[in-house]
Write a protein that binds this ligand. Structure first.
Ligand SMILES: N=c1c2ncn([C@@H]3O[C@H](COP(=O)(O)OP(=O)(O)OP(=O)(O)O)[C@@H](O)[C@H]3O)c2ncn1[C@@H]1O[C@H](COP(=O)(O)O)[C@@H](O)[C@H]1O
Length: 97
């Protein structure tokens, strides 16, 4: 797995965990009732955001905490049925301005 492909591969795994649930962290969150699943993911994003702020201020674990935040943001997008291309297109559009 090349580094360039890793986000797409993780995203495909998240979409698969949603569509073909197994007993795993991401499947179990997304299997909850619609409202609860979204709330749980949003709660994680809130926690991870706070952890990124603390990590940055303390100059400690910033990469680890950033990965957690980005991962849970990707989980939210996958859960909401948004394709990775939609996100990448948004970044591309801004970069080309
Ligand atoms: N990248 C991740 C990933 N990052 C974090 N987590 C999980 O998110 C959960 C909550 O994270 P926390 O930060 O709260 O964990 P914590 O250890 O309490 O807190 P920290 O102090 O470590 O920040 C933990 O159970 C982590 O294992 C992840 N779980 C899954 N993935 C990816 O998602 C794919 C599907 O995962 P599964 O559903 O487990 O198959 C995997 O193949 C991975 O690529």
């Amino acid at each position: 797995m090349t580094k360039e492909k890793i986000i797409r591969d993780i995203y495909e795994t998240l979409e698969d965990r949603k569509n073909n649930p197994i007993n795993s962290y991401t499947s179990n969150i997304m299997k909850d009732s619609k409202k609860l699943a979204e709330d749980k993911i949003l709660e994680k994003i809130g926690e991870e955001t706070a952890e990124v702020i603390i990590a940055s201020k303390n100059n400690e674990n910033l990469v680890h905490e950033s990965a957690d935040l980005i991962f849970h943001t990707l989980l939210l997008l996958a859960y909401k049925g948004i394709s990775l291309d939609e996100l990448l297109d948004e970044f591309k559009r801004r970069h080309e301005l």
